[in-house]
Design a protein around this ligand. Structure first.
Ligand code: NCD
Length: 307
């Protein structure tokens, strides 16, 4: 059974296949509107989410399928003490595919090991968020026409930002990628990501706390929110939350074809004045996320012999 737990579960060829399908859906949405007729997606969200859950739901509806599920742990049997393994076995009797978000790292993997239907990791703690990466890859591909030979800056909470970890993982397999890591000391990229991904793949990277000094080098700037819910104390969060606020003046020395991405939700790290700058891609990125989730659902259901 093919699942998507980690972005590395898919080869570069498979990622390209998803990008091609998503582009085809964008061009011919009507050809896809009944592809999942009679199929059910279960959205098991043990952690708050608007975008990702609704994106999955919209994706399944646009494929003509149905959606069941819950949006908080309190309204599921987890509140009674049910294990993730049991929940996965139970839901396998009701649905054709699962999208799971969980505050604990590894929970979707446990679900995949126990489910008899495909499982998609919709974000596990501060670990991974592979379907956000699918949205990010389609955005970069459509903006730049390639996924190789570029300098990508990641700015903000690189420690707890699971979207950052998954995107770095994905980009590590393309040629000519350079990474610039911009964060305060306390929110630096975890050393396991540096060692297992960047060093392992010989990807040149620099670490800095100064966004403006590296701005001219960047082809893509991936901004992130400081992840309040993962801090152990409020004091640290308050001290670090305003570390980076992207304002128009900070883009003065940026490339004219820079692409600014953000997985959203935004708090204040990108000023709303930037929204009208043609380099701002974060709302397009939301839309692309839906198309990539449609492509993903189709691929996993096909591989499971359900389509
Ligand atoms: C991200 C997440 O949940 O990790 N959001 C998302 O899925 N679009 C980023 C975040 O919450 O800051």
């Amino acid at each position: 059974m093919k699942h998507l737990i980690d972005i590395l579960d898919f080869s570069v060829e498979e990622l390209q296949e998803l990008i091609d399908t998503a582009n085809d859906i964008i061009d011919h949405p009507e050809a896809y509107s009944e592809r999942c007729k009679g199929k059910k997606l279960a959205t098991l969200f043990f952690e708050p989410s608007t975008r990702t859950r609704l994106s999955f739901e919209a994706a399944m509806y646009e494929l003509g399928g149905n959606v069941i599920g819950f949006s908080e742990a309190q309204s599921s049997s987890a509140a009674k003490g049910e294990s993730v393994a049991d929940t996965a076995k139970v839901i396998s009797c009701y649905a054709d595919i699962i999208a799971m978000r969980h505050p604990k790292e590894g929970a979707p993997l446990v679900a995949a090991m126990n489910a008899s239907i495909p499982v998609i990791n919709a974000g596990d703690g501060g670990h991974n968020h592979p379907t956000q990466t699918l949205a990010d890859l389609l955005t970069i591909h459509r903006e730049k026409g390639r996924l190789s030979n570029m300098t990508v800056g990641f700015c903000g909470d690189l420690k707890f930002g699971r979207t950052v970890h998954s995107l770095i993982n994905a980009l590590s397999r393309y040629e000519g990628i350079k990474v610039v890591l911009i964060s305060p000391e306390e929110l630096k990229l975890p050393s396991y990501v540096k060692k297992d991904i960047l060093k392992e793949h010989d990807i040149p990277y620099v670490q800095t706390s100064d966004l403006e000094s590296v701005m001219p080098d960047l082809d893509v700037l991936y901004m992130t929110r400081v992840q309040r819910e993962r801090f152990f104390n409020e004091e640290d969060y308050l001290r670090l939350k305003d570390s980076y606020i992207l304002t128009p003046d900070k883009l003065n020395n940026a490339k004219s074809d820079l692409s600014i991405l953000h997985p959203l939700p935004r708090v204040n790290e990108i000023s709303v004045e930037i929204d009208s700058d043609p380099r701002a891609c974060y709302f397009k990125q939301v839309l692309y996320g839906k198309y990539m989730r449609m492509a993903l659902i189709l691929k996993l259901l096909k591989e499971a012999g359900k389509l």
